[in-house]
Design a protein around this ligand. Structure first.
Ligand code: GLN
Length: 308
């Protein structure tokens, strides 16, 4: 049984915050550069429906790369494993998330759906007849997972990324040259940047984490929100690739399936036990929340949350 004590959690947050000075907020997306590196919050969604939290959990966080796991789930439901993994691989990488290097090798298929090249391929597979219809389908799925009809995206962050995403455009052109995607690059960039700008609180993140922890079931009604196999694949990628090229170290030190984003958000799923949402915009050099990882490490050690 997990006993999450609010005062203890507040203390862990204060401890982890001490590391904020070693991190840096992402500013390659200009709108994210405004974040306060000293911010740190966490919400834990527990099996009895309780949320234990610390820090300001009303702050909205853009998903950034966390959206990759949700888009993957939707596309796996839409198209099935065979079609998805024909275009994107299953292997982790020690290259940074925005690297183009591996696309120069044969085959040019991206290594996995958690790096940008792979995520762009996944987003290109979201079904619908227009960018807005495809975005609406993704948003509807996110809202069901979070149990929150109010979730939308930040126009400011989406626009800021759209105007500056030259590396991601380069990845798209490589992928298009190799016929892995065939849609218009500007349309794909519009959909991808809006996907990354979907925003929610740590409580919403924690609830989505708990859905994954429950093999895709709604925590209240037990209704399946995604097939068990899809939840299993998502959690596996969270372990092998979810924390970019420090997923191995995270697996050893924390041992919880998790996905981070350069906004400083982390979505974590402790199988059968709880869902966790973290927001700490001070990032390490790999693009993970430095304070968030410290906090999860403390939590995992205190409550033996490692799945290994
Ligand atoms: N939108 C970001 C990008 O594509 C997401 C990257 C991230 O969170 N690692 O650069």
């Amino acid at each position: 049984m997990l006993v999450y004590n609010q005062e203890e959690l507040v203390r862990f947050v204060e401890e982890a915050k001490q590391y904020a000075r070693y991190g840096k907020v992402a500013d390659y997306i200009p709108a994210l550069g405004k974040a306060d590196p000293n911010e740190l919050s966490i919400a834990i969604y527990t099996p009895d429906g309780r949320v234990v939290d610390a820090g300001d959990v009303t702050v909205k966080v853009t998903l950034q790369s966390i959206s990759k796991i949700i888009a993957l789930a939707l596309v796996l439901i839409d198209r099935g494993e065979d079609e998805v993994f024909h275009k994107v691989g299953m292997e982790p990488t020690d290259y940074p998330f925005h690297s183009i290097a591996k696309l120069e090798e044969k085959p040019a298929k991206p290594l996995n759906p958690m790096i940008n090249a792979g995520a762009l391929v996944v987003t290109s597979m979201i079904q619908g007849s227009s960018v807005s219809e495809r975005l609406e389908r993704l948003l509807a799925f996110v809202r069901r997972l979070a149990g929150n009809e109010c979730i939308s995206y930040s126009d400011e962050v989406a626009r800021s990324e759209f105007e500056t995403a030259f590396l991601n455009r380069s990845l798209c052109y490589f992928l298009k040259q190799h016929r892995i995607i065939d849609e218009d690059v500007e349309e794909l960039m519009e959909l991808y940047t809006k996907q990354c700008a979907i925003e929610m609180t740590c409580i919403d993140l924690a609830r989505i984490g708990f859905v994954l922890a429950l093999d895709g079931r709604d925590p209240h009604s037990s209704e399946p929100l995604m097939p068990l196999d899809v939840a299993r694949i998502c959690k596996t990628f969270m372990v092998t690739c979810g924390m970019y090229n420090s997923s191995g170290e995270f697996a050893i030190k924390v041992g919880i399936p998790a996905k981070s984003g350069v906004s400083g958000g982390i979505l974590a799923a402790v199988p059968g036990r709880c869902g966790i949402g973290v927001f700490g915009p001070a990032l390490d050099d790999k693009g993970n929340s430095l304070t968030g990882v410290k906090l999860l490490e403390r939590l995992s050690k205190t409550y033996s949350l490692s799945i290994f």
